[in-house]
Design a binder for this molecule. Structure first.
Ligand code: 13P
Ligand code: SF4
Length: 339
C-alpha cells in the first residue's frame, strides 16, 4: 500500500464502498495497455479475464476463459496477485482457491443476476425441505452460497457433476433454472430447481432468431445452456463459452448465430477471421447482448486497481474453509473427466 497517499486517493477510498471502484481521473494521454503491462511485471500479477469483457481488456489478459478454465488457472498460478476482470463471484472463487494471494476486482459492483437471485438465508430454508438431497450449485453464486453447497459446477462440467452423484440420491440444483432444466433433459435426473435466471440469457427472441435463420439458412445457431428451453430447442449446438468457441473453430460452417453474451464474438473472430458471427437478437429494442455487470470493467478501472491494489476481495475465513470443498470436488470431477 502507498505510504504517501495523494489526497484524491484518500477521497476515492472513502467512496469505494458506495461506487464499487476507485473513482480517480486517469490522464487520457496515458498508454493504459503499456502501463498495465508495467504494473503486471512490477507486482508479479496475473490478469484473468472472462470472454464477456471488452475486447481491449481481453487483448491484454494473460488468460481468457470460461468459468471452469478461470478457476483452474486461479488454483494453479504462482503469481502473487490475481487481477480478475470478470464479475464478483468469479473473483471470490479465485480468492477461495488462492486464499494467500491478493485478489483484485476492478469494480466490486460487477455482480451477477444469477448470484443475486439466490440469497443464502432463503436458500438455507429451501434446502431444509430436502434434507437428504445433494446440493449442486452453478459456480455463478456467492461465496456464502458455496458454503451450503456439496458440489459446484460450471456449464462445461455440469453434466459430469450430475452424473457423478449416485442414482438413488436426490439433487437440488441452484441457482440457474434454465441450466437446471437443460441438465434434467441431458442426464434424465429429477432435479429440484431454484428459480434463478441470467438477465442476459433470458431475453433472446425466438421470433427474431427464426427470422434471422431464414435470412441466413446456412448459418449454425449455437447457444449457451443459460438460455431458455425454447431457444435451446432450436440450437444446432449447446455449450459453455469455451465449448461454443471450440465449435466455431472446428465446424465447416461459415456463419454462426450466437446466443450468449456478445463479448465472446471477439475471440471467435480472432480464431476464425474468415467466418461470420452474428449475435442472436434479444427480445427488446436494443441491438446488443451485453452483460451490464461484465461491462462495468474498463481499462481505466483495471489500471487504477492494479496501481493502488484496490478494490480487493476479502472473505471471512469460515466462508473460505467451508465453501472450498464444493469447488475442490468440482475440480476433481473435471480432472477425472479430462476437462
Ligand atoms: P461460462 O463462461 O462458464 O460458459 O459461463 C458463462 C457465464 O455466464 C459467466 O457468467
Ligand atoms: Fe451473470 Fe449472466 Fe452476466 Fe454471466 S452474463 S455474469 S450469468 S448476469
Amino acid at each position: 500500500m502507498l505510504k504517501n497517499r495523494p489526497q484524491e486517493l484518500a477521497i476515492a477510498e472513502r467512496k469505494l464502498d458506495e461506487v464499487g471502484y476507485l473513482d480517480i481521473d486517469v490522464d487520457p494521454t496515458l498508454d493504459l495497455a503499456e502501463e498495465i503491462e508495467k504494473l503486471k511485471e512490477e507486482k508479479n500479477a496475473i490478469i484473468l479475464a472472462h470472454y464477456y469483457v471488452d475486447a481491449e481488456i481481453q487483448d491484454i489478459a494473460d488468460y481468457i476463459g470460461d468459468s471452469l478454465g478461470l478457476s483452474q488457472k486461479a488454483a494453479s498460478t504462482d503469481a502473487d496477485m490475481i487481477v480478475f476482470v470478470g464479475v464478483h463471484f468469479m473473483a471470490e472463487t479465485a480468492k477461495m482457491l488462492s486464499p494467500d494471494k491478493k485478489v483484485l476486482l476492478p469494480d466490486l459492483k460487477a455482480g451477477c443476476s444469477l448470484a443475486d437471485s439466490c440469497p443464502p438465508h432463503l436458500f438455507k430454508k429451501f434446502k431444509e425441505k430436502y434434507p437428504d438431497h445433494v446440493v449442486v450449485s452453478y459456480i455463478n453464486c456467492t461465496a456464502e452460497l458455496k458454503t451450503l453447497t456439496d458440489i459446484c459446477c460450471t456449464s462445461s462440467n455440469a453434466v459430469h457433476v450430475i452424473n457423478s452423484i449416485p442414482e438413488d440420491k436426490g439433487i437440488i440444483f441452484a441457482p440457474d433454472h434454465n441450466l437446471g432444466a437443460y441438465l434434467i433433459k441431458e442426464t434424465g435426473r429429477d432435479l429440484v430447481l431454484w428459480n434463478g435466471t441470467c438477465m442476459v440469457h433470458e431475453i433472446f427472441s425466438h421470433e427474431k432468431i427464426t427470422k434471422l435463420r431464414l435470412r441466413h439458412p446456412e448459418a449454425k445457431f449455437i447457444a449457451h445452456p443459460e438460455c431458455e428451453a425454447h431457444i435451446l430447442e432450436m440450437a444446432d449446438f449447446i455449450g459453455s463459452t469455451s465449448g461454443l468457441l471450440r465449435y466455431t473453430q472446428e465446424s465447416d460452417a461459415k456463419e454462426f448465430i450466437v446466443a450468449t453474451e456478445a463479448g465472446i464474438l471477439h475471440q471467435m473472430e480472432l480464431a476464425s477471421p474468415e467466418k461470420t458471427f452474428i449475435p442472436a437478437p434479444p427480445n427488446n429494442m436494443c441491438a446488443c447482448n451485453d452483460c451490464p455487470h461484465m461491462k462495468r470493467n474498463s481499462m481505466e478501472k483495471l489500471y487504477l486497481c492494479m496501481k493502488y491494489e484496490q478494490p480487493e476481495i476479502i472473505l471471512p475465513e469460515w466462508v473460505i474453509e467451508k465453501g472450498i470443498a464444493s469447488i475442490d470436488r468440482m475440480l476433481e470431477i473435471s480432472e477425472k473427466a479430462g476437462l
